[in-house]
Design a protein around this ligand. Structure first.
Ligand code: NAP
Length: 229
């Protein structure tokens, strides 16, 4: 990188303050933003990409030919994970309300369960891996769809992975790093056409409170980005 390059990244763990025009951040945890990716797209991709990569590749070690259930497919992290898992060569099952099914088929999902109409534990079984981005009861029930030896990763159940109700599967809590290598891999995947930028909803920073209400309602599709000015 050289002076004047545009960069992107995610604040270090414990550092707050990204709702700002300027922020100081360690050079080691940002990467060069190519001209082909806009600032808004880079902002949308950074945390979801880091989280999906660390979970699917570094934690679950998903392999070609395996089957993964990704809970909450229409969210930002899960949408990236659906595409990454397809790129790896896995079969991808995901859950979403009916209005989001076309969106997810377009991202490459093989099978989509409308969780409002069907109990996923009755229609999914024998998975090699689960990636849960929903939490709560959905997290606990997810263990039921794993085959013996299966792995499940959880990012919406707090700092620790939930206790599994069976002893033949793994319950994992990804440690989502901030580092240039993972950010560069996000860009490589986007430039290769393997991963598309999520659907982006933009809010002016002055409407941050309204944006938070939308985010906290947990039905936003894709990712929310603030226009700082
Ligand atoms: N480093 C980390 O550990 C890390 C990083 C990023 C995010 N997270 C956490 O990961 C979670 C996901 O974050 P996100 O920003 O990607 O998405 P999000 O905004 O929390 O999720 C929104 C999506 O969840 C879906 N959804 C809600 N309830 C559902 C259910 N019962 N079953 C299936 N889908 C459901 C909604 O789709 P429908 O409208 O179709 O229901 C919506 O599109 C959050 O808890 C977040 O705090 C953790």
């Amino acid at each position: 990188m050289k002076t004047g390059d545009a960069v992107f990244g995610v604040c270090d763990v414990g550092q707050e303050g990204a709702y700002a025009e300027k922020i100081a951040i360690k050079a080691a945890i940002v990467a060069k933003k190519p001209n082909s990716v806009s600032h808004v797209e880079a902002a949308a991709l950074a945390l979801i990409g880091l989280t999906a990569l660390v979970t699917v590749e570094d934690t679950l070690h998903l392999k070609s030919g395996e089957t993964i259930l990704i809970q909450g497919g229409a969210g930002g992290v899960a949408g990236f994970a659906v595409q990454l898992a397809k790129h790896i060569g896995a079969r991808v099952i995901t859950t979403a309300s009916a209005a989001n099914h076309d969106y997810l088929y377009n991202l490459g999902a093989d099978e989509i369960i409308d969780y409002n109409a069907q109990d996923f534990t009755e229609v999914v079984s024998n998975c090699d891996a689960v990636f849960d981005t929903v939490g709560g009861d959905v997290a606990q029930q997810s263990f039921a769809v794993l085959k013996p030896g299966g792995r499940a990763a959880f990012i919406a159940s707090g700092p620790n992975a939930p206790e599994p109700p069976r002893d033949d599967v793994q319950s994992l809590r990804p440690k989502v790093s901030r580092d240039r290598a993972h950010l560069a891999r996000i860009i490589d995947l986007v430039q290769a056409g393997a991963v598309r930028v999520p659907e982006i909803t933009r809010y002016p920073l002055s409407e941050a409170a309204a944006a938070h209400r939308v985010s906290e309602a947990r039905h936003l599709r894709g990712k929310l980005v603030f226009d700082v000015r």
